[in-house]
Design a protein around this ligand. Structure first.
Ligand SMILES: [Zn+2]
Length: 351
C-alpha cells in the first residue's frame, strides 16, 4: 500500500516535469508577422470606412445640389411675389386715381343735384341734343364703370396669383427644411466617418512604426560577424533536465539546465541584447544576438533579477540574470536555446 502510493507520487512528479514547456521563443519575425496581420486588418477597415465615406460624400453632394436648386426655386418664387406686389401697388395707385376721378364726377353730378342734371338735359335745344347729351352721360358712366371693373378684375387676378405663389413658397420652404435636416444628418455621418478614418490612419502609422522598429532591431543587431569559438556554459550546473529535440510529441527547442533560484545565468557569447521582456510561457526572456545570424535565448527568469537592457552589449560569460521558475515551468531551471537565423539548433553543438 505504502509502495503503491510512492509509485503514484513518483509518476505524478514525473508527469509534472514532462508538462509541455515553451516550444520556442516568440521571435521578432513572428512579432513582425503579427504586427503585419494587424496592419492588414487596420488597412482593410480603413478601406471600408473610405468606401463608406465616399458614398456619404456622394449623398452629401447630391443633397447639396438638390438644396441649391430648391433655394434657387425659392428665390425665383420670391422674385415673382415681389413683382406681383409691385404690380399690385401700381394698380392700386392707378385705381385710387381713377376712383378719385369717378367719385369727383359723381360728386359734381350730385352737387348739381338731380334738377341740375335734368336741367342740363332739358336745356338741350332739341330733342336730338337731349338724346346726345343723355347718351354721352350714360356712356361716360358706363365707361367709368367698365374701367373700374377692369381694375378690380386685374386686382383679383393679382391677388389669386400672389396667394398661389405664397402657398407654393410655404410648400417649398417646408421641403427645403426637410432637406436641410437630411443634409445635416448626412454631414454628421460624414464627419463621423472622417474622424474614424483619421483614427485608423493614426493606428496605421503607429503599426507601421512598430513593424519598422522590430525589423530595425532584428536587422541592425544581426548585422555583424560572430566572434567565433565555442560558447561558455550559461549556468553553474551542468545537469540537463530536458534535452533538445522531440518531447512528448512536440519539439523542445532548447535545453533545460538545472539550477536553484538565484543562481547566475551567463551570456554564452558576446553580443547585443536583442529582446528583453516577458514572453508567453517563458516568464521573462532575454535574447542575445551574437552576429552572423546566431542568437541565444534564456528563459523562465524573474524581471527583478535581470541585469541587462535591450540594445546593451554583453561579453562572453557576463552575468545577465538569475535562474527563475517563471512562466510555464515546473521547477527552477534555465531554458536555453541557440538559434541560427531564427531556426532552433541543438545547443550541445556549440560546446
Ligand atoms: Zn526548456
Amino acid at each position: 500500500m505504502k509502495r503503491t502510493l510512492l509509485t503514484i507520487l513518483l509518476a505524478f512528479s514525473l508527469a509534472l516535469t514532462t508538462t509541455p514547456l515553451p516550444e520556442g521563443w516568440v521571435s521578432a519575425e513572428s512579432k513582425v508577422e503579427k504586427a503585419k496581420k494587424e496592419l492588414k486588418e487596420i488597412r482593410e477597415k480603413k478601406k471600408d470606412v473610405q468606401e463608406e465615406l465616399k458614398d456619404v460624400k456622394k449623398d452629401v453632394d447630391e443633397q447639396k445640389k438638390k438644396l441649391n436648386k430648391l433655394e434657387k426655386d425659392l428665390h425665383g418664387i420670391e422674385k415673382d411675389i415681389n413683382k406681383i406686389e409691385k404690380n399690385m401697388k401700381t394698380l392700386e395707385a392707378q385705381l385710387g386715381k381713377r376712383e378719385e376721378l369717378f367719385k369727383n364726377r359723381i360728386r359734381r353730378m350730385y352737387q348739381r343735384g338731380e334738377m341740375g342734371y335734368m336741367t342740363a338735359l332739358l336745356e338741350a335745344d332739341s330733342f336730338r341734343e337731349f338724346l346726345d347729351k343723355f347718351e354721352a352721360l350714360r356712356l361716360l358712366v358706363k365707361q367709368d364703370h367698365t374701367v373700374l371693373e377692369g381694375y378690380f378684375r386685374t386686382k383679383r387676378k393679382y391677388e389669386n396669383e400672389k396667394r398661389e405663389l405664397t402657398e407654393k413658397q410655404a410648400e417649398q420652404k417646408e421641403k427645403r427644411d426637410d432637406m436641410k435636416k437630411e443634409y445635416d444628418k448626412l454631414v454628421k455621418t460624414m464627419k463621423k466617418h472622417q474622424k474614424e478614418l483619421a483614427k485608423l490612419e493614426h493606428d496605421e502609422e503607429l503599426k507601421e512604426a512598430e513593424i519598422q522598429r522590430i525589423t530595425y532591431l532584428t536587422s541592425n543587431t544581426g548585422n555583424f560577424a560572430y566572434g567565433g569559438g565555442p560558447f561558455v556554459w550559461p549556468a553553474n550546473s551542468r545537469r540537463i533536465n530536458s534535452p533538445y529535440g522531440p518531447r512528448g510529441g512536440r519539439n523542445h527547442y532548447g535545453i533545460d539546465i538545472d539550477g536553484n533560484l538565484g543562481d547566475p545565468i551567463y551570456a554564452a557569447a558576446s553580443g547585443v541584447v536583442k529582446e528583453n521582456g516577458p514572453a508567453s510561457g517563458y516568464g521573462w526572456v532575454i535574447v542575445i544576438d551574437h552576429g552572423s545570424g546566431l542568437t541565444t535565448v534564456y528563459g523562465h527568469m524573474y524581471s527583478n533579477t535581470v541585469l541587462v537592457s535591450t540594445g546593451q552589449r554583453v561579453s562572453k560569460g557576463q552575468r545577465i540574470a538569475s535562474i527563475g521558475n517563471n512562466g510555464r515551468s515546473t521547477g527552477p531551471h534555465l531554458h536555453f536555446e541557440v538559434r541560427k537565423n531564427g531556426s532552433p539548433q541543438n545547443p550541445m553543438n556549440y560546446y
